[in-house]
Design a protein around this ligand. Structure first.
Ligand SMILES: [Zn+2]
Length: 105
């Protein structure tokens, strides 16, 4: 249920008799707290905070995912460079041996 779309109706202040709508937290004329309205305000703010927290969670998850992807890419490139370097060294070693002795070890 969405409290924000609850039906709004007119109420009469118990202290001063002034009329106002049920979405107010307090009487606009004398400031007497309207409990149902104040509770609705409080619950709406609580809902807003909960929604903000959910957005924050989603954002954090998104950024962590992007960082993880970037780190994995860097790791993969590093591993490829190292493996490529080793393969090149072995190739050069065998080539030198072939040139020197005329055969592969
Ligand atoms: Zn009042």
């Amino acid at each position: 249920m969405n409290r924000k779309t609850d039906k709004i109706y007119h109420i009469r202040c118990t202290s001063c008799g002034g009329e106002y709508t049920s979405d107010a937290a307090a009487c606009p004329y004398c400031g007497t707290i309207y409990v149902a309205g104040a509770e609705a305000h409080y619950m709406n703010k609580l809902d807003d905070i909960r929604e903000d927290m959910e957005d924050l969670n989603a954002l954090a998850r998104q950024e962590t995912g992007a960082e993880l992807k970037s780190a994995m890419k860097k790791t993969l490139i590093t591993v490829l460079v190292i493996v490529g370097g080793i393969a090149l060294l072995i190739g050069v070693f065998y080539l030198i041996n072939f040139i020197k002795w005329g055969f592969f070890l």
